[in-house]
Every structure is written in structure tokens, then in C-alpha cells.
Design a protein around this ligand. Structure first.
Ligand code: AP5
Ligand code: ZN
Length: 217
């Protein structure tokens, strides 16, 4: 199975993808996480991507498609994947179609997380991530244990992302509207588009997501 999560920065793609991964045994595949890992490892792709990510722009299709193809070919992706943050351009969407055709897979659903732009700065500026297990938190909406420790693994190493500054969030939103939002029509045309109200609280959104996913698996 292949599920795509579409939505602006802060819509809750990562949060929902992790919950779906646990519920349905699919593998969450976040191009943002893969790119951040490449940056941290100092690979050639990571070195090229870093400045673009810090500025809130989109990394080149070439780099992202190469990283995604490599990850999709790994053993653990065989049962199905949740694509979180990919595709983000029409070129990437077409590359994904080609890859899936060549492997005999299909897209079960592209789920659009609908949110107001005005909510995004609050969501992103309160975000932190467990450096040990990757669980995401929010200062107000999903606080860590005693404000400092991961509920899942107990680690107190909660980190903030370099691109989560208010100025950068505006550029990321702009990139979303210019380059990624057109994919909503792209997937509507191919008949796989679903949409959920992502302004509700995390558990309510998760409930709606699960209903959608059950209907397409
Ligand atoms: P990426 O890592 O994909 O970031 P993003 O798309 O900006 O999305 P976010 O991770 O910020 O948000 P999210 O929707 O996952 O929200 P989350 O669940 O964390 O990309 C980063 C960069 O990498 C890009 O800018 C680009 O440069 C590059 N890149 C990545 N993929 C690329 C591609 N395919 N092509 C080109 N470049 C690419 O939630 C946010 C916060 O809100 C959390 O704190 C959470 O706890 C909270 N929250 C979640 N849901 C709710 C809710 N319902 N109510 C209240 N709070 C909530
Ligand atoms: Zn943790």
C-alpha cells in the first residue's frame, strides 16, 4: 500500500504518519527526515540541501527523488509506505508514478490535511522532537513529560529544528502554495484524493485519518 500525506508545514503530517505507522504497520517515509539525516551525515546531497532547507525553499527534485528511490527500494518498505512530505512538486509526483508502475504498486490514497495558514506559526514555533526516538512534541498542544522528557523513551534530549524560525516558516508556506498545493488537483484528477480537517485536535484528526485509511487498504 502507498499513502501520501499532503499538507503545508505544520499541518501534522509527521504526527499523523507516526500514528498510522503504529496502527497499520506501514513504514513512515519522510523526505524531510531523510534530508536532515543526509545533512547531519555530511553527504554530498546533504551538503547541497542544507542552505536551501535553512532558507525554507525546496531542495532540488533530482536530490529528493534519488533519496526517495533509494529508501523505497529497501526491504522494510515492501509492505507499504506512508509518504510524509513527498511528493512536493509535479515533477516528483510523476517520478513517483513511474517508480510505482515499475514495481507494480499503486497509490491507495493521497490525503490532504486541510489547515489555515494562520495556525502554522504557532504549531511550528512550539515544536520539538525527541533526538532518541523521533517522537514529536508541542509546547502547548502535545507537551513532553514534565515539559522535558519523551513519553515514549524517557530521553530528555528534545531538539528544535533549524528551519522552525518564524521568518523561515513564511518561506516554507510560500513554497507550499506555489509548488505543492497544485498536487491536490493532480491527485483529484487521478481519483485518489481524500481530505481531512486537520484543524481539529491531534486525536480527532487521527480518528478521521484511520477511517480514511481503512477505506482504501
Ligand atoms: P519537512 O520535514 O517535510 O517539513 P514540513 O513539510 O515543513 O513539515 P513539518 O515537518 O514542518 O510539519 P508536519 O506537517 O510534519 O507537522 P508536525 O506533525 O511536525 O521538510 C523540511 C524541509 O526539507 C523543506 O522545507 C524542504 O527544504 C526539504 N524537503 C523535504 N521534503 C522535500 C521534497 N519532497 N522536495 C523538496 N524539498 C523537500 O506538527 C507540527 C507541530 O504541531 C508539532 O509540534 C505537533 O505536535 C503539532 N500538531 C500536530 N497536529 C496538531 C493538531 N491537530 N493540533 C495542534 N497541534 C498539532
Ligand atoms: Zn523518545
Amino acid at each position: 500500500a502507498v499513502l501520501i500525506l499532503l499538507g503545508p508545514p505544520g499541518a501534522g503530517k509527521g504526527t499523523q504518519a507516526r500514528m498510522l505507522q503504529e496502527k497499520f504497520g506501514l513504514v513512515q517515509l519522510s523526505t524531510g527526515d531523510l534530508l536532515r539525516a543526509a545533512v547531519a551525515a555530511g553527504t554530498p546531497a546533504g551538503n547541497q540541501a542544507k542552505a536551501v532547507m535553512d532558507a525554507g525553499g525546496l531542495v532540488s527534485d533530482e536530490i529528493v527523488i534519488a533519496i526517495l528511490n533509494e529508501r523505497m527500494s529497501q526491504e522494510d518498505c515492501r509492505n507499504g509506505v506512508i509518504l510524509d512530505g513527498f511528493p512536493r512538486t509535479t515533477v516528483q509526483a510523476k517520478a513517483l508514478d513511474e517508480l510505482l508502475t515499475s514495481t507494480g504498486q499503486r497509490i491507495n490514497a493521497a490525503i490532504s490535511l486541510r489547515v489555515d495558514d494562520s495556525a502554522m506559526v504557532d504549531r511550528i514555533s512550539g515544536r520539538s522532537t525527541c533526538a532518541h526516538c523521533g517522537e514529536g512534541y508541542h509546547d502547548t498542544f502535545k507537551p513532553a513529560k514534565d515539559g522535558a522528557a519523551c513519553h515514549k523513551c524517557g530521553s530528555t534530549e528534545l531538539t528544535r529544528r533549524a528551519d522552525d524560525r518564524a521568518e523561515t516558516v513564511a518561506s516554507r508556506l510560500e513554497a507550499y502554495h506555489a509548488q505543492t498545493a497544485p498536487l491536490i488537483s493532480y491527485y483529484e484528477a487521478s481519483g485518489v484524493l481524500k481530505s481531512v480537517d486537520a484543524m481539529a485536535d491531534i486525536d480527532k484528526v487521527a480518528g478521521e485519518m484511520a477511517t480514511v485509511v481503512k477505506s482504501v487498504l
